[in-house]
Design a protein around this ligand. Structure first.
Ligand code: NFE
Ligand code: MG
Length: 588
């Protein structure tokens, strides 16, 4: 029997995402991914000072709190050929890395884990056996029978008090949950630990950027001065240090705190996140055959050692992998008109060139035109336009971006630590290399890249300290700050690897103000709708062929969609003036 399963909203994500899945005989034959919210940041930016763009662009999202700030200042710097000092580069690397580690751990425990971990089953666990399990996979200190008994009591109080709260409405007891009660209890305990841990590690952003979320940035550097005087923490001077907490210099106490936070991050990743991922995955090996996306992977690259002008110095390289073929990495050109384009054939937008043609972001347009059904509606018109997301394509092909793309790219480019980690994971789980391309592989890749990035943080920190010891305290380059020094027209691209994948901001500057601004965002690449050729986006492709045990409890859809870690606020990034949901605004 044919049936259309609608999941709306998909929960435990950021933003508003709807999935409509056509099923036949209990298997998904076609899936449609729809972003049901629209915003207008790109329109808001027009006519403004490019040096202020980061502060607006950063509000695209409150989850990947810094990435749009970074992409924005890099776009302006790229347009103006504006070099930044080495310390600013290192501080940005540390801040980006901190975002990854924070975001990936939160995603695993707080957004994704409940797809695999049955909270209610944890009540049946034996704390002593849980302790033995925990100690067999890690030397994390919180692992005694007493600790797990306490955690279980906490959980029991929640449940008995009718306060399951965030755990309410799960598909508890669904046969797809395979973990024994002890593994469930261990994971729930770490869910709660991760909540306190993240509060601490977020302070790294506050030290360098004044606050979190949405730390401060600065075109030409970073907005924190460095002071090495032990008694008198310095203050930033000049027009670019605009007050607020970010204007206070980072002193030796702050730098020591950064070091401590890096240690805390690393301990949690090594002792909790990595072992938990492997332990949980070992019960879900059947998920190594489901959830492959489009088979094409793309990275823009990030974490420069020598600045953004030297991509060969990036920790994460850039490139494109087609049809799973890791033996060839294709070069990608962010400025070439025919490489990256966005299509709107199935999106609620119009283009001046017609709905079938793609546009490069420098020529990008944001013309909203809702043509969908009047709410409340049962189904979207998936043969016409059905999403507020555009469909970005590389040379006309859909691309998966994100942790899996990065791990594959690092692997393909011969990064030794990545190859070791991937081999260790495949060996431990006893799954074939094709498992990488699955829901399980995508989730594991996120854990592995967290390990790679957290390990790299100590190196950037040590380099920063070495520079400071050698007397280099520069964090800002003033030479191009004044628009009088700029060319009349300029354009540039700022890019980075955000936690969810390749992120680009394209800016056109005319007479010192923003003439056009387009952001093409990771979740748009992954969650976008079909294109003019009818090619599925990665979410859509990943759901195709997926069996559904019970259409009323579509946990399988959640598992695969969550493995991408959706952020729909990022993906649509374009607020209507009243900040309301569009369905309430545009309906005729
Ligand atoms: Ni709103 Fe974001 C990240 C960006 S999304 S979370 O990571 O850019 O796709
Ligand atoms: Mg866009």
């Amino acid at each position: 029997m044919n049936q259309r399963v609608v999941v709306d909203p998909i929960t435990r994500i950021e933003g508003h995402l709807r999935i409509e899945a056509e099923t036949e005989g209990g298997v998904i034959t076609q899936a449609s991914s729809s972003g049901t919210m629209v915003r207008g940041i790109e329109i808001i930016l027009r006519g403004r000072d490019p040096r202020d763009a980061w502060a607006y662009a950063q509000r695209i999202c409150g989850v990947c709190t810094l990435v749009h700030g970074i992409a924005s200042v890099r776009a302006v710097e790229n347009a103006l050929n504006y070099p930044i000092p080495p310390n600013a580069q290192l501080i940005r690397n540390l801040m980006i890395a901190a975002q990854y580690v924070h975001d990936h751990v939160m995603h695993f425990y707080h957004l994704h884990a409940l797809d695999w971990v049955d909270v209610v089953s944890a009540l049946k666990a034996d704390p002593k056996a849980t302790s033995e399990l925990a100690q067999s996979i890690s030397h994390y200190s919180k692992s005694s029978p007493g600790y797990f008994a306490d955690m279980q009591k906490k959980l029991k109080d929640f449940v008995e008090g009718g306060q399951l709260g965030i755990f309410a409405n799960g598909y508890w007891g669904h046969p797809a949950y395979k973990l024994p009660p002890e593994a469930n209890l261990m994971a729930v305990a770490h869910y709660l630990e991760a909540l306190s841990w993240q509060r601490e590690v977020a302070k790294l952003h506050a030290i360098f950027g004044g606050k979190n979320p949405h730390p401060n940035f600065l075109v030409g550097g970073v907005p924190c001065a460095i002071s090495v005087h032990p008694d008198h923490p310095g203050r930033g001077k000049g027009p670019h240090f605009r007050g607020g907490a970010g204007a206070t210099a980072v002193d030796l106490t702050g730098l020591q705190k950064v070091k401590d936070i890096i240690g805390q991050m690393r301990d949690f990743v090594d002792q909790v996140y990595v072992p938990d991922t492997l332990a949980i995955a070992s019960f879900y090996k059947d998920w190594a055959q489901y959830g492959e996306g489009v088979g094409n992977f793309m990275t823009y690259g990030d974490f420069p050692a020598n600045g953004m002008d030297d991509p060969s110095s990036f920790l994460i390289p850039s490139g494109v992998i087609l049809n799973r073929d890791l033996s060839t990495v294709h070069e990608l050109d962010m400025n070439a008109a025919d490489h990256i384009q966005e299509y709107v054939s199935h999106s609620w937008y119009d283009y001046s060139v017609g709905k079938e043609k793609g546009l490069h972001p420098y020529d990008g347009e944001t013309n909203l035109n809702y043509t969908g059904p009047t709410p409340p509606y049962e189904h979207l018109e998936v043969d016409k336009s059905y999403s507020w997301l555009k469909s970005p394509r590389w040379k006309g092909k859909p691309m998966e971006v994100g942790p899996l793309a990065r791990v594959l790219m690092l692997h393909a480019r011969g990064h030794a630590q990545t190859q070791e980690l991937v081999n260790m994971t495949l060996r431990t789980l006893d799954v074939p290399v094709q498992a990488l391309f699955s829901t399980l592989g995508r989730t594991a890749a996120r854990t592995l890249e967290t390990k790679i990035i957290v390990d790299a943080m100590a190196g950037w920190y040590n380099q920063l300290i070495a520079n400071i010891k050698a007397g280099d305290l520069r964090t800002f380059n003033e030479t191009l700050w004044e628009p009088a020094t700029w060319p009349q027209t300029a354009r540039g691209v700022g890019y980075m690897e955000a936690p969810r994948g390749a992120l680009g901001h394209w800016i056109v500057i005319k007479n010192g103000t923003i003439d056009n601004y387009q952001a093409v965002v990771p979740s748009t690449w992954n969650a976008g709708p079909r294109d003019a050729q009818g090619q599925d986006g990665p979410y859509e492709a990943a759901l195709k062929g997926q069996p559904l045990h019970d259409p009323k409890q579509p946990i399988e859809i959640l598992r695969t969609i969550h493995s991408f870690d959706p952020c729909i606020a990022c993906a649509v990034h374009v607020t209507d003036p009243d900040g309301e949901e569009l369905v309430k605004v545009t309906v005729r």
